[in-house]
Design a protein around this ligand. Sequence first.
Ligand SMILES: [Zn+2]
Length: 119
Amino acid sequence: MSPEPAAGSSAPPPTCWACRGVVAPGDDFCRHCGRRQMRGDTWYYQAGWILFLALTVLGPFALPLVWRSTRLSRSDKWILGLAIAAYSVFVLALGAWVFALMWRHFMEIYRLRSELGYQ
Ligand SMILES: [Zn+2]
């Protein structure tokens, strides 16, 4: 699914995200600085879980999971990223519309109270 460089090609060896030291492909921790290596293949990097987390609790904050996932192809990342971004914009617009509606009703109630002589 993800484009892996072929063995023996001129691709650079994997490096630590923190110290840039060379690490082996299967290392969970850096041999130089000891930081955990984000390999992008745990459960929350699967497309279904990313989508579930984006739609329930994370919203646009699920986008880093899309970028870091090694389980998704480049086109899958674009599709999922754009879908999450579009959903986030929709929810934000919906929230703004609901707020404006509530504000209008609140102001109408306030105006009627004033007309009826309540302070
Ligand atoms: Zn390191």
